[in-house]
Design a binder for this molecule. Structure first.
Ligand code: TTP
Ligand code: MN
Ligand code: MN
Ligand code: MN
Length: 382
């Protein structure tokens, strides 16, 4: 990488949606180290600082910047790149010299960091709740189980009643219920899901959906679509194939499908839209726990499944919005707003000055509407 290339890079580096980001970058161990610091900021609720580290990671992941390589002893000059401030540059410098970053090592050894990091692995616990629990004196997941009176592995409906309408209306109660579910199922939900099983879960769900409404189709989005060999959950975006009447046909389907999955004993516990207080978009969706019977020789496994319903006019927008990565999505929104005078989210694309709506018919159309060069899903791992 020479000076002119760095200059070119600094333009595309500002928006990760302008450049290809493969799953694995050549600076993986550096990225891992910076990610510890990012996580530290995350659990402490320091969002601005966390975002700075996320951006630094994203820039360090640009695949043709090989920061350290025995075959490439002359390192590129990083000073021309955005998002790499004095502090992060000195950390990178330290890493290149010693293979470690002191602050990351200090963080890993910090008991508070260890507890908070463990707590947020639980479905339903975010950084804010994690800190609240820590302040109550709780330190380990076993202590959380006792605090919430959850028996590990026990997850039948007697001990884990379904969220009723009343609980759903009460965010506090719903939040607590999510945490109880998350704790009871933590050993299952902590396991990643292989691609083959992701596909099978999609197949089962679409078969069930077919009994309620014919003519629907789905795309598996999320990390699966970006090529991850193992996913933490399954994200399925669903629409109807009839461009003109589909919008009517998907309305209310989410609730019906969740109901049916439940009747078929396929959906363990549903928490309809209760997990997050702020939503990224206005699409109908269900964040569920699904009973997967993937391998007959194995026991049932609980899996997190997100079901997202979109009208045909916004289906591809929703697919792009739910494919991620989170950084790629963030930059799509920023790019649309800052460079195109448009608004992008998973539920639609519009022009700011007159609110004109765009209805892309393909994924490539989504990129075209936003004035972007198409980037394949497997290269959106910013
Ligand atoms: P996630 O399922 O949280 O993450 P992921 O699929 O990239 O990775 P994994 O599940 O293996 O950990 O989110 C999928 C994408 O959906 C994410 O990149 C951004 C988008 N998204 C929304 O649009 N709205 C939401 O509420 C969430 C949680 C995600
Ligand atoms: Mn969590
Ligand atoms: Mn996912
Ligand atoms: Mn998800």
């Amino acid at each position: 990488v020479d000076a002119t290339e760095v200059e070119l890079l600094s333009h595309t580096a500002k928006y990760s949606c302008l450049r290809p980001s493969p799953l694995v970058c050549p600076n993986q161990s550096l990225v891992k180290e910076i990610d510890v610091i990012r996580q530290g900021r995350n659990v402490e609720g320091e969002e601005r600082s966390m975002l700075s580290y996320s951006r630094a990671i994203s820039v360090c992941s640009i695949y043709f910047i090989v920061l350290y390589n025995t075959l490439n002893p002359s390192r590129p000059d990083l000073h021309g790149l955005p998002f790499l401030g004095v502090k992060i540059l000195s950390m990178i410098e330290e890493f290149l010299k010693t293979g470690q970053i002191t602050e990351a090592q200090r963080m890993l050894a910090d008991p508070r960091f260890q507890s908070l990091s463990a707590f947020i692995t639980i479905h339903g616990i975010g950084p804010h709740t994690a800190r609240r629990l820590y302040d109550l004196g709780l330190r380990t997941l076993e202590e959380l189980e006792r605090y919430y009176e959850v028996k590990p592995g026990v997850s039948d409906e007697e001990t884990m009643p379904l969220l009723d309408a009343e609980a759903s209306a009460n965010i506090e109660a719903a939040g607590e219920q999510s945490i109880k579910i998350g704790l009871a199922l933590r050993h299952d939900l902590g396991q990643t899901i292989p691609r083959e099983e992701v596909e099978e879960i999609n197949g089962t769900i679409m078969r069930e959906l077919g009994h309620i409404q014919k003519g629907c189709k789905s795309v598996i989005a999320g990390g699966y679509r970006r090529g991850k060999p193992q996913s933490n959950d399954v994200d399925i975006v669903i629409t109807h194939t009839d461009w003109n009447l589909g919008s009517q046909k998907v309305k209310g389907l989410c609730r019906k499908l969740v109901q049916r999955l439940h009747e078929q004993d396929l959906s363990g516990f549903h928490e309809h839209n209760v997990l997050r207080t702020h939503h990224w978009d206005s699409l109908e969706k269900a964040l569920t726990v699904f009973v997967s019977r993937h391998n007959s020789s194995r026991q049932n496994v609980y899996r997190r499944v997100d079901l997202i319903f979109a009208a045909p006019e916004v289906f591809w927008t929703a697919v792009v919005g739910w494919t991620g990565s989170t950084m790629f999505e963030r930059d799509l929104r920023l790019w649309a707003k800052q460079q195109k005078g448009m608004k992008f989210d998973s539920s639609g694309i519009s022009r700011r000055h007159d609110s004109k709506l765009y209805h892309p018919r393909t994924e490539r159309d989504v990129f075209k509407v936003l004035g972007l060069v198409y980037i394949h899903p497997t290269l959106r791992n910013a």
